[in-house]
Write a protein that binds this ligand. Structure first.
Ligand SMILES: C[S@@+](CC[C@H](N)C(=O)[O-])C[C@H]1O[C@@H](n2cnc3c(N)ncnc32)[C@H](O)[C@@H]1O
Ligand SMILES: [Zn+2]
Length: 295
C-alpha cells in the first residue's frame, strides 16, 4: 500500500518562482501570496491568464461529469490509465522518491482518485511507490468539486485552479502528466516533466460514442486520422485502445453524458431534443491512450 500526498513543487503563476507553504498560504520570494480556500484548493490563475470571467467547464457540466463518472461508466479507462502510470512511470523512477503525477485539466478529479485508489491496493503497485498528486483545471467549479470530494485532514492531492497554458508547477519536477479528453499544451508538459517522464494523452477514438453522435447529428463527420503524432521533446512510448459497449438506462444518464462532451454545444437544438427523448441508449466507448516519453 503506498503513501499518497499532495504534490508541493508549485510555482508562482506571476513570475514562475517556487512557492513555499506557510500555514494555509503559498508564497513566492517576491511576496506574491495565494490562500488555500477553506474547501482545500488554491487559485493560481491570475486574472491576466483568464480568457473569460468564468473559464472552463460550467458548474452544471462539472456536476454532470461527476454523476456520470461516479457511476463507474468509464472505470475501464481509469484502470488502464492507472496501470500505465504504475507500470511505465515506475520503471524509470528513482526508488524511495514519490511518483509525482499531474492531471492537467483534471475536471472533478475522478481519474486522480482512481489512481490513488489503485495505489492503495497493494497488488496494483507491487513496489509500493509513494504517490504525489496534483489536479489542475481552469474551471473553478471543477477544482472545487474535486477538493470537496477529497479528505480535508489527509488530502490525496493538491487541487489547483490554473491553466495548462501556464502550469503553476516548477520545471522538471513531474514523473507523469495525464491529459484526458483535455487541452494539451505540449511546451508546458515538456517543461514540467523530468527527462524520462511520461505524458499520457487520452482522447476519443473513431468509434467513441458513435451511437450518440448518430442520434444528434444528421451525418457523421469523417474520422480523424489516428496516426500517432510526433511531438517535440517527446518520443512515442506506446499506445493502447480501450473499447467496450456501454448500456445507459434512463434519460438522466444520457443527458449527463451529452453534457460532459463538446457535442452539447456542437449539436443543433433538434439533435439535442432527439437525445433528450431517449430512455435508453447503447453506446460504444472507444478511448485511445497514447503514451510519450520526455527526452
Ligand atoms: C472534457 S473536460 C475533461 C475533464 C477530465 N479530464 C475528465 O476526463 O473527466 C475538459 C476539462 O479541461 C478544462 N480546461 C479547459 N481549458 C483548460 C486549460 N487551458 N487549462 C486547464 N484546464 C482546462 C475544463 O474546465 C474541463 O474540466
Ligand atoms: Zn511570485
Amino acid at each position: 500500500m503506498s503513501i499518497i500526498t499532495p504534490f508541493q513543487a508549485l510555482a508562482c503563476p506571476l513570475d514562475g518562482e517556487p512557492l513555499a507553504l506557510t500555514g494555509s498560504v503559498w508564497r513566492c520570494a517576491a511576496g506574491h501570496s495565494f490562500d488555500i480556500a477553506k474547501q482545500g484548493y488554491v487559485n493560481l490563475l491570475p486574472v491576466q491568464h483568464k480568457r473569460s470571467h468564468d473559464p472552463g467547464d460550467s458548474k452544471a457540466m462539472v456536476a454532470a461529469r461527476q454523476r456520470f463518472l461516479g457511476a463507474g461508466y468509464y472505470q475501464p479507462i481509469a484502470d488502464a490509465v492507472s496501470d500505465a502510470v504504475f507500470s511505465h512511470a515506475g520503471s524509470q523512477h528513482p526508488t524511495n522518491e514519490p511518483l509525482s503525477c499531474l492531471d492537467a485539466g483534471c475536471g472533478e478529479g475522478y481519474y486522480l482518485r482512481q489512481l490513488a485508489h489503485a495505489g492503495q491496493l497493494a497488488n496494483a503497485a507491487p513496489n509500493s511507490l509513494p504517490l504525489s498528486l496534483i489536479g489542475l483545471d481552469i474551471s473553478k467549479w471543477a477544482v472545487l468539486a474535486a477538493a470537496k470530494q477529497d479528505n480535508k485532514q489527509a488530502p490525496l492531492s493538491s487541487w489547483v485552479v490554473g491553466s495548462n497554458a501556464h502550469i503553476p508547477v516548477q520545471t522538471e519536477t513531474l514523473d507523469s502528466v495525464l491529459c484526458m479528453f483535455g487541452f494539451p499544451v505540449l511546451i508546458e508538459f515538456a517543461r514540467v516533466l523530468r527527462t524520462g517522464g511520461l505524458l499520457l494523452q487520452v482522447e476519443a477514438g473513431p468509434n467513441h460514442l458513435r451511437e450518440l453522435r448518430e442520434v444528434i447529428y444528421p451525418t457523421l463527420k469523417p474520422e480523424r486520422s489516428t496516426e500517432t503524432e510526433v511531438l517535440e521533446g517527446f518520443i512515442h512510448h506506446s499506445s493502447e485502445r480501450v473499447s467496450y459497449p456501454l448500456a445507459l438506462n434512463g434519460s438522466d444518464a444520457i443527458a449527463d453524458l451529452l453534457a460532459m462532451t463538446p457535442h452539447l454545444y456542437r449539436a443543433s437544438a433538434e439533435g439535442r431534443a432527439r437525445a433528450a427523448a431517449l430512455e435508453m441508449l447503447s453506446v460504444t466507448v472507444d478511448a485511445r491512450i497514447v503514451i510519450y516519453t520526455r527526452i
